[in-house]
Write a protein that binds this ligand. Structure first.
Ligand SMILES: [Zn+2]
Length: 252
C-alpha cells in the first residue's frame, strides 16, 4: 500500500474505490504507524477507515487527518474497515485547536455525531449541520452552540423531543418538566408519575425550542444554557444508551 497522497495525484483506480468528502471525528492509533479514523462523510455517512503509514510520515500527511479537518477523500471499501487511499484538506479548522473552550466544544460535536449517527447511513442534513456547528464554534458564537447542535441532531436522527406539548398526555398547559423516557417536555401531572423526569422551567423549554428552530449563536442566559445542555444530555444518553463523556467535560 502506498503512503497517503493527495486525491488529485492518485493515479490508480480499482473496483471498491469511492470518492467522498468528510469531517474527521476521531482518530486512534493502530500498530506502529497507522491510525483508524472515524469520519462523517457527505455521501456515505459515518465510516471507519484505516490511514496506513500516517504516523510514520506525520510531518507530510498526518495534518490532513486531524480531528475536525474537512477533507476530500479517496477510500477503498473493505469488509469491516475501509482504507484511506488519498486525502486533501478542504478546511483544516486550526482555530478550533487553539482555545480550550473551542476545542472541547468541537470535540463534543464530534462525539455527538459519532455516537448518535448509525454507520454508513447517508445524511446530507447531518453533514451540513456538522459543518455549520464547527463554523459557529470557530466564529466564537458561544456556549449555546453545543446544546443547539444536540437538539438539532437528535431531531434529524429520529429522536425528536416533544417541545410544544406534553410528551405524556398531549396537554399544552403546565409544561414545567422534561422526561427522557416519555420523550420530551411533560406537564406537572406526568412529571409526578415519572421518577426520572426533571423539573425544567418554561423559559428553559422555550430556549430549547428556539435552539431547535433558529440558527446557531442566538444570545442566551448562561445558567439556562447549562440546564438545557444537561437535560438534553440525559435525554440523548437515555435514547442511545451510551454516555456522552465530552458533554460532561464541557466547562459548564
Ligand atoms: Zn402530561
Amino acid at each position: 500500500m502506498p503512503c497517503l497522497v493527495g486525491v488529485s495525484h492518485y493515479a490508480g483506480w480499482m473496483p471498491g474505490l469511492y470518492k467522498d468528502e468528510g469531517v474527521v471525528l476521531s482518530t486512534i492509533k493502530l500498530g506502529e504507524a497507522d491510525r483508524i479514523l472515524t469520519i462523517f462523510t457527505r455521501d456515505n455517512g459515518k465510516v471507519r477507515a484505516v490511514a496506513k503509514g500516517v504516523r510514520k510520515t506525520k510531518s507530510r500527511w498526518g495534518g490532513r487527518l486531524e480531528p475536525f479537518t474537512r477533507v476530500d477523500l479517496l477510500v477503498y471499501r473493505g469488509r469491516n474497515l475501509d482504507t484511506i487511499t488519498a486525502a486533501d484538506i478542504i478546511e483544516a479548522h486550526p482555530g478550533l485547536r487553539t482555545d480550550y473552550v473551542k476545542l472541547t466544544s468541537a470535540a463534543a460535536l464530534a462525539e455527538l455525531v459519532d455516537k448518535i449517527s448509525p454507520d454508513r447511513e447517508r445524511s446530507g442534513a447531518t453533514y451540513d449541520l456538522l459543518l455549520a456547528g464547527l463554523a459557529a464554534i470557530h466564529d466564537g458564537k458561544g456556549t449555546s452552540v453545543v446544546p443547539a447542535f444536540l437538539v438539532k441532531l437528535l431531531s434529524l436522527s429520529g429522536f425528536h423531543p416533544s417541545l410544544q406539548v406534553c410528551a405524556g398526555c398531549g396537554d399544552t398547559r403546565a409544561l414545567e418538566a422534561f422526561s427522557p423516557a416519555m420523550g420530551g417536555v411533560v406537564c406537572l401531572g406526568c412529571w409526578e408519575e415519572d421518577g426520572s423526569a426533571m423539573r425544567l422551567g418554561a423559559d428553559r423549554i422555550l430556549l430549547m425550542a428556539r435552539m431547535l428552530s433558529l440558527d446557531f449563536g442566538s444570545p442566551a442566559d448562561e445558567e439556562a444554557v447549562v440546564d438545557v445542555t444537561n437535560s438534553l444530555r440525559r435525554y440523548a444518553e437515555y435514547h442511545i444508551e451510551r454516555p456522552l463523556r465530552s458533554l460532561q467535560l464541557l466547562a459548564i
